[in-house]
Write a protein that binds this ligand. Structure first.
Ligand SMILES: NC(=O)c1ccc[n+]([C@@H]2O[C@H](COP(=O)([O-])OP(=O)(O)OC[C@H]3O[C@@H](n4cnc5c(N)ncnc54)[C@H](OP(=O)(O)O)[C@@H]3O)[C@@H](O)[C@H]2O)c1
Length: 250
């Protein structure tokens, strides 16, 4: 696969001296989101660790050395309260990582109840739109706003229709199509906000609660691409779908 440099880091020469970018990561209490938080903190970023459950969120934030912020992406009230709190306490937001996600699925496309797909979309699709729209006024105040949407290679139409691809045999109407939608959502926002860097990433198959720890990568390995995209310099891509090795087929 083509390997492309993702550009310089936001924390490189273009970053203001002594300024720590502020970031919000949804679903940061475990799995890939937790590791994205850890990776960004290691790069000197101020992390607001979003979690829907206060107990799990506080505990994870304490372990990370981050600040917990309650965000249930399916609750407009919770999302609005989070945006208000960030505005009051920080006044701006530099990085948004839409990581929170769930995976449900039936045995086949036709045997997946509509409500199951609807539930997945509430988090993986509408949740991302809701959080993004709520945070955009804060992101627009940043001189170098970055949005990273945590997508998946299983949402790639290119790969899932390629008989040579290992994903060809997958048929997950709820989860897979939610990530295909997320990819298009990424493109739509990237076109509207051309001064930001707005990208989708593929963590790869990581061992987390999402898949009963069946993945062959670690959550930290999966988080690495999101951390890089969150810190893209001015020469980095926008409106792209990227994994560790570069662009993926849409
Ligand atoms: N693992 C993989 O192989 C893989 C591959 C490709 C893409 N991804 C994507 O990576 C992202 C993270 O998944 P993961 O593997 O790290 O799964 P995970 O360990 O199950 O973590 C999912 C996170 O999302 C949170 N979450 C779920 N619904 C939420 C809601 N309504 N509001 C706020 N937070 C919510 C969970 O919170 P609770 O603890 O409260 O449930 C948890 O923090 C997802 O978008 C997933 O689709 C994962």
């Amino acid at each position: 696969m083509l390997r492309t440099p993702l550009g310089t880091s936001l924390l490189g020469p273009e970053a203001g001296a002594g300024v720590s970018p502020a970031s919000l990561i949804t679903g940061a209490n475990k799995g890939i989101g937790y590791e994205i938080a850890r990776g960004l903190i290691a790069e000197g970023v101020t992390v607001l660790a979003g979690a829907r459950d206060p107990g799990r969120g506080e505990e994870a934030a304490a372990r990370l050395g981050a600040r917990f912020i309650q965000v249930d992406v399916t609750s407009p009230e919770s999302v609005a309260a989070a945006a208000k709190r960030i505005e009051e306490e920080y006044g701006t937001l530099d990085i948004l990582v839409n990581n929170a996600g769930i995976a449900l699925g039936g045995p086949s496309a036709s045997q997946t109840p509509v409500d199951m797909t609807r539930t997945v979309y509430e988090t993986n699709v509408f949740g991302v739109i809701s959080v993004t729209n709520a945070m955009l006024p804060l992101l627009r105040r940043s001189p170098a706003a970055r949005i990273v949407n945590v997508s998946s290679e299983v949402g790639s139409l290119g790969l899932t229709t390629d008989p040579e691809s290992p994903f060809y045999s997958l048929i997950g109407i709820a989860y897979q199509s939610s990530k295909s939608a997320l990819n298009m959502i990424t493109v739509c926002y990237a076109k509207e906000f051309a001064d930001m860097k707005i990208n989708a990433c593929n963590p790869g198959y990581c061992a987390t609660d999402l898949n009963a720890h069946s993945g062959f990568r670690t959550a930290a390995q999966g988080a690495a691409v999101a951390v890089r995209l969150a810190l893209l310099g001015a020469d980095g891509p926008t409106g792209a779908f990227l994994g560790d090795e570069g662009p993926l087929p849409w």
